[in-house]
Design a protein. Structure first.
Length: 293
């Protein structure tokens, strides 16, 4: 089956109409119809021969085609069964060479099961809908899966949260999580006119590069739980939020003292290194409590 013209909204619409299909707003479907932007974004993904890539939300395969043409082995996660059927036809020659696979369904429900039985991907790519973007990125980090590189096209507001610094209004637990695992860099800003249908929001392509000097902590699961708790009530002090994780006020004060953080400070003003130190102190105090119980 011939691919549609990925650069023409008119051709894409005619193709969908001919196949009795339509764009589904509930899935946040928007095709990037700017060929130069597509190539620039994939350049940042840095794909070479046999690079293992996961792609979320391939749609009709414009980016998939570009990635596969560079020699990658690609698994696509697609929720739209109609699109999945067409992708199998488009990329059948690659599938026959074990270079293309597709996983149907909601990626938030399918990726963990798929990851358990397959080789870990080197790269992650996706034009991610707003309601999925933060969750899928956070979920992979929470599961301690870090890709060598991730390139995601997301709502600009989400991208700003990813890169936000302490003291800014966008700084959140999601900022900490992303910057703990990756170096975050803007690839390109994309106005609505680069897509079809035209979205109501501005988009940004972001490159996340795995930190080689990964700032470890004693208990990653505790660290991730702690930052969620600290940012759950942004106007509360660190001490008030931390009380939920420490066994009593005295322990909470001791943890903060050891970490060198003032009890009246707020999480939105604390950098990652300090938060990692706080997590380690909390872990040590908790273990001491358990040993004396």
């Amino acid at each position: 089956m011939n691919h549609p013209d990925y650069n023409s909204p008119t051709a894409l619409k005619e193709f969908l109409d001919a196949n009795s299909m339509a764009m589904q707003k509930k899935f946040g479907q928007n095709f990037l119809v700017n060929e130069k932007a597509r190539k620039k974004i994939i350049d940042f993904l840095d794909v070479t021969e046999n690079t293992v890539v996961w792609e979320v939300g391939p749609g009709l395969g414009a980016m998939t085609d570009e990635i596969l043409s560079r020699g990658a082995k690609l698994t696509a996660f697609e929720i739209d069964h109609g699109f999945a059927r067409l992708l199998r036809e488009f990329f059948k020659p690659y599938a026959e060479k074990n270079r293309f696979d597709i996983v149907e369904g909601d990626v938030l429900k399918t990726w963990k099961k798929y990851a358990d039985g397959h080789k870990k991907a080197d790269r992650f790519f996706g034009n991610l809908p707003y309601n999925v973007a933060a969750t899928i990125i956070a979920d992979t980090i929470n599961e301690e899966i870090r890709f060598e590189k991730m390139v995601v096209t997301i709502q600009k507001e989400v991208a700003q949260r990813m890169a936000a610094q302490p003291g800014s209004e966008n700084y959140s637990s999601f900022s900490v999580l992303c910057q703990w695992a990756y170096d975050v860099k803007t690839v390109v800003d994309l106005a609505g006119g680069n897509f079809w249908p035209v979205p109501n929001v501005a988009s940004r392509a972001v490159l996340l590069t795995k930190k080689q000097a990964f700032p470890n902590c004693q208990n990653p699961a505790l660290f991730m739980r702690m930052i969620r708790q600290l940012f759950s009530s942004r106007r509360k002090t660190v001490r008030n939020n931390l009380l939920h994780l420490s066994s009593g006020g005295e322990n909470c004060d001791l943890v903060l003292e050891r970490a060198g953080i003032k009890p009246a400070e707020r999480a939105e003003n604390i950098g990652i290194e300090k938060l990692l130190a706080l997590s380690d102190c909390l872990n040590e105090i908790t273990k001491q409590e358990q040993n004396h119980a």
